[in-house]
Ligand binder design. Structure first.
Ligand code: MN
Ligand code: MN
Length: 469
């Protein structure tokens, strides 16, 4: 005979918050779905490491799914699918909804750039018979993490005659890779006295790219000459063409399952492709025509503050919405003020090894579902969009209705640091916006960790948001 519950037990069940590990939230069939979704994500992560590569992938997938290039003078009908590619680095996808845009749109916005080492405009030099590239890091990195591990090189070179050459080297089996050296511990007595932040300095992030001299010849800089000769044969480029190139060094490591139980995925650039991928899949796989026009933004330049014409401080999203509005005889502001947005970006998962900058009651945890972040910012909520209680309520009701496991999390303890997302730029357009995303361990490290169940829940959450009535 089952023991009767005490009054305290009953009250506890009724009154206490009861957030769960997602493994206790889903049934076996959904667990299997989540693990399958993770496999697709892993492939995406391996194949698309830079904003240009992701944007290209997005366009290809969009076209496969019936999306056509957006014509800003055209009036679209419910069910029409369009995409707008911004300078090969950012993409907006939209599925026109049943309701007129006068009633607003449903926007989700993730970013597809990640921290990395960009080559300087004039990168190649030779020192002590070693050829190296000078770099300028992109986004917030702990510089010491980027030495002594394999890098690959991605990007584009515009040759003197205007030809664009795409570069991707160091990803495929058998291709050479590149590396930043570090000092051996035996001789690091002086270096070890530096602070962690200064352990490796920006001008020490020099990538080794070769060491053979050009054969049977005299003169200086023969190793550099040999590298230029290889680049000329492979890409048709000369040294001056580096000035008109965008080359990005990223970790060459392949994505892997982490843990005996394979519950986690280790890889480069989960921030923010772990939100971009489930958001993209959500809009591509919308089963029915949504009530509201669904807009998926995959933006660039978040990691450097969203400035520039491919970042969300520019007007490209505002203009896109204004174009949709004009077709209905409206102004952009008429649509924006009624629109709602999920700013899709990662949050810092509570790390048991480095727990001090976290406040456990208000942190996000891996495996506990998509994290809703009411506000980001620093100090006294400086530099943030703080979502209203009404909007938090609206979004989380959508999640609850669709059986999305979600949690609430701040970015660290008060005064521990801080950060921001694109939420404030979209909020500035007079749109209701809140941050949601996947919790990440070792964020901005060359090899970040996320939980498979969380990327799956993110997909479910974006789908529920786009499909909501
Ligand atoms: Mn991010
Ligand atoms: Mn970031």
């Amino acid at each position: 005979m089952a023991e009767e519950k005490t009054q305290a037990e009953l009250l506890r069940e009724k009154l206490f918050m009861n957030k769960k590990h997602t493994a206790d939230f889903v049934d076996d069939a959904e667990m299997k779905k989540a693990m399958d979704f993770a496999e697709g994500y892993k492939k995406f992560l391996n194949d698309n490491k830079t904003e240009r590569e992701v944007a290209k992938f997005v366009v290809a997938e969009a076209e496969k799914n019936g999306f056509v290039p957006f014509d800003n003078m055209k009036k679209y009908n419910a069910g029409d699918k369009v995409y707008y590619l911004n300078r090969k680095k950012a993409v907006i996808l939209a599925v026109i909804g049943k309701k007129p845009v006068a009633e607003g749109t449903r926007i989700a916005a993730a970013h597809i750039d990640s921290p990395r080492l960009d080559l300087k405009p004039n990168p190649l030099y030779e020192q002590n018979e070693i050829a190296l590239f000078k770099t300028h890091y992109y986004g917030g990195i702990k510089k010491y993490q980027w030495t002594a591990m394999p890098l690959s090189l991605h990007g584009v070179v515009v040759l003197r005659d205007g030809t664009e050459v795409e570069v991707s080297i160091g990803e495929k089996e058998g291709e050479p890779q590149f590396v930043v050296s570090d000092l051996l511990p035996h001789l690091a007595a002086e270096q070890s006295k530096r602070t962690l932040g200064e352990g490796i300095k920006g001008e020490e992030l020099n990538i080794i790219v070769g060491s053979f001299p050009f054969k049977d010849d005299k003169g200086s800089e023969l190793v550099k000459l040999n590298i230029l000769n290889i680049l000329n044969e492979k890409y048709g480029m000369i040294e001056e063409d580096f000035l008109t190139a965008e080359l990005e060094a990223v970790p060459a490591a392949r994505v892997n399952d982490i843990g005996f139980d394979r519950s986690l995925i280790g890889g480069y650039g989960h921030d923010d492709r772990v939100c971009a991928y489930p958001e993209l899949m959500a809009i591509l796989e919308l089963d029915d025509v949504p009530e509201y026009t669904a807009v998926a933004v995959l933006t660039d330049k978040e990691e450097t503050g969203s400035d520039g014409n491919t970042g969300l401080e520019s007007v490209y999203l505002k203009n896109f919405i204004a174009d949709l509005a004009r077709a209905d005889g409206l102004k952009g502001r008429d649509v924006l003020s009624k629109s709602k947005c999920l700013s899709a970006d990662v949050n810092a998962a509570f790390d048991p090894t480095f727990s001090s900058p976290f406040e456990p009651k208000n942190s996000s945890y891996i495996n506990r579902g998509i994290v809703v972040t009411k506000y980001t910012g620093a100090r006294g909520k400086g530099g943030t969009s703080d979502a209203s209680a009404e909007y938090v309520g609206e979004v989380t009701r959508i999640f609850n209705k669709a059986n999305v496991n979600w949690q609430m999390g701040e970015l660290g303890a008060v005064d521990a640091g801080g950060g921001g997302t694109v939420a404030k730029y979209i909020a500035n357009l007079d749109v209701d916006v809140i941050d949601v995303g996947v919790p990440v361990l070792s964020m901005h490290a060359p090899y970040e960790l996320i939980a498979k169940l969380d990327v799956y829940m993110a997909n479910k959450a974006f789908k529920a948001f786009f499909e909501a009535e």
